[in-house]
Design a protein around this ligand. Structure first.
Ligand code: PGA
Length: 255
């Protein structure tokens, strides 16, 4: 068995349709947490449901936003700032998900979001990953640049609030080209770890958790769970499917 709990976070994206469903789903996550004690379970909800779910369940579940503004406050229609998230006592937020990158988040924007989040003592689930994987190895530079840029102003002491998720864009969602295999994921977690050592030193860098996300389901979780340097998983589609969730949690709980 592993020394540390395996992290499992559901990213609900623009789901579910109602607050009632969001509450019911969160209750299911709590049930899983009580059953599978080797897991560190979390859920990342749309803003509209965050306050209510957090008010009810923050003591039983790790609850996260899906994004935050790059700005502290002001004239940014539609944005929600880290200070606002903090004021509701929400634990943290995903930052740099490929879907927000596709909607205009640059490495520079993500760097600002990271700074805002850390200023407000929020936990960050930082997503990185290459758009496509070509044989020329460009993806290594792409990922190193994403990490270097996002964490450029992060102090060693602040890294306790950071978790990194490797999410190859080509392996995410319904448009996925294919699943990432063990070797590909292993390679990148090592590259990420090396970069973290370089930036923060070995003793600090080795404490930062690295997760994987991209088409994780009950069929591939066994194989994915064998990749030892991976500390947890971020779920997209399967985060909404209670049958899948249970199977994934069960498998991870027993590794
Ligand atoms: P997926 O999404 O599990 O549906 O591929 C993962 C993600 O976008 O985080």
């Amino acid at each position: 068995m592993r020394k540390n709990k395996v992290i499992l976070i559901g990213n609900l994206k623009q789901n579910p349709k109602t607050l009632k469903e969001a509450l019911t789903l969160s209750e299911f996550y709590i049930k899983l947490k009580k059953t599978y004690k080797n897991l560190e379970l979390g859920i990342s909800l749309p803003y509209v449901f965050l306050h209510e779910v957090n008010k009810k369940y923050s003591k039983s579940l790790n609850i996260y936003a899906q994004n935050i503004s790059a700005y502290p406050d002001g004239a940014h229609t539609g944005e929600v700032g880290a200070i606002q998230i903090k004021s509701l006592k929400i634990k943290g937020s995903i930052i740099g998900h490929s879907e927000t990158r596709a909607n205009g988040d640059t490495n520079e924007t993500i760097q600002k979001k990271v700074t805002e989040a850390l200023k407000n003592n929020l936990q960050i689930i930082l997503c990185v990953g290459e758009k496509e994987r070509k044989d020329n190895g460009d993806y290594v530079n792409e990922i190193n640049t994403q990490i270097e840029s996002a964490l450029l102003y992060v102090k060693k002491a602040e890294t306790k609030n950071i978790t990194i998720v490797y999410e190859p864009v080509w392996a995410i969602g319904e448009k996925a080209v294919r699943n990432a295999n063990q070797d590909e994921i292993y390679e990148i977690t090592i590259i990420i770890r090396k970069k973290l050592f370089e930036m923060f030193g070995k003793s600090v860098g080795e404490k930062i958790n690295i997760m994987y996300g991209g088409s994780v389901n009950s069929k591939n979780i066994n194989s994915l769970s064998e990749i030892k340097p991976v500390n947890g998983f971020l779920l997209g589609r399967t985060s909404l499917d209670t049958k899948e969730l249970k199977l994934i949690a069960e498998t991870l709980n027993n590794i």
